[in-house]
Ligand binder design. Structure first.
Ligand SMILES: C[S@@+](CC[C@H](N)C(=O)[O-])C[C@H]1O[C@@H](n2cnc3c(N)ncnc32)[C@H](O)[C@@H]1O
Length: 271
């Protein structure tokens, strides 16, 4: 039976409603307004040409990535739990003149509100920790794919979650392995995008191991095309990280400590 935690989901909705307002100011939306996009070259190369493809973006937040895929020619549909995120995504579409459909729904309720199949199901960076049941998530991904449709995810690497993100160094503090009950994070910490903003609403998060992720995708019947690990990440996830212009401004471990994967990407195909 599916594992769902209504209190955690409702708390996370408040958390993301709050942050959608903040991120509308702090995310780099200028390229979208100026005719460009905000996607990184690795994702673009790994997902391939999206021209005229239907693309479902799960957990789209304020729609910056969704509308970037629209700019590259995809017909996009974004889905997010947070009504404020969805509203901001629609505002961004109007502001940029890009076409996109945005739906307010938890992923777990999506089969009840959307009855279509897509060429691509896409999701990226900061998504899996909000999900209470990864097997059900993967089944839903497959349910929305056409035959031969592509699922693509780029995400922070679960191994990164073990480190204390308040001390300078690699100090192991949290378990790598999943547990059913979410970890509650009280508010009053700086937002990852606007460090001057203290987040008021706390959050509830789950950890998923690499094995959990790969097995969920495989068990849902998708065929793995590749699984890649990368040594940079788009935000300063640990105090010791440094920004690296040669890695498109993403962050990496300092000096010669380029020793751990910080993000991963996975592509799989529906039968
Ligand atoms: C880090 S953000 C999205 C990542 C995206 N790369 C970005 O930064 O714009 C995570 C998003 O997941 C959404 N979310 C959390 N739980 C969800 C769920 N069960 N169903 C759908 N969306 C969910 C949140 O509302 C939030 O907008």
């Amino acid at each position: 039976m599916m594992k769902r935690y209504p209190d955690a989901e409702s708390g996370n909705k408040d958390h993301w409603d709050e942050l959608a307002e903040v991120h509308m100011r702090s995310y780099n939306t200028a390229p979208l307004a100026e005719g460009g996009h905000v996607l990184d070259p690795i994702q673009m190369a790994e997902l391939g040409d999206v021209t005229n493809k239907s693309l479902l973006h799960l957990q789209c937040h304020i729609g910056t990535d969704t509308l970037s895929w629209a700019r590259l020619g995809a017909e996009v549909t974004g889905v997010d739990l947070s009504p404020v995120s969805v509203r901001k995504a629609r505002e961004l579409a109007a502001l940029t003149g890009l076409r996109g459909r945005f739906i307010e729904s938890s992923i777990y309720d999506l089969p009840e509100v959307l009855d279509e199949k897509f060429d691509i199901v896409y999701t990226s960076i900061g998504v899996l920790c909000w999900l209470s049941d990864l097997s059900e998530w993967a089944r839903i991904v497959r349910r929305f794919l056409k035959p031969d449709g592509i699922f693509y995810i780029m995400e922070s690497h679960p191994f990164l979650n073990v480190f204390d993100d308040e001390t300078d160094g690699l100090s192991v503090m949290y378990p790598y392995f999943h547990s059913d009950d979410p970890r509650a994070w009280p508010g009053d910490y700086p937002d990852y995008s606007d460090g001057d903003y203290l987040v008021r609403n706390g959050s509830w998060e789950w950890t998923w191991s690499i094995a959990d992720i790969v097995c969920a995708v495989a068990d849902a019947g998708l065929k793995l095309n590749f699984f890649h690990e990368h040594n940079s990440i788009p935000w300063k996830a640990l105090p010791c990280m440094v920004q690296d212009p040669s890695k498109r401004g993403w962050y990496r471990l300092p000096g010669d400590r380029d020793i751990l994967p910080l993000t991963f990407s996975l592509r799989a195909t529906a039968p």
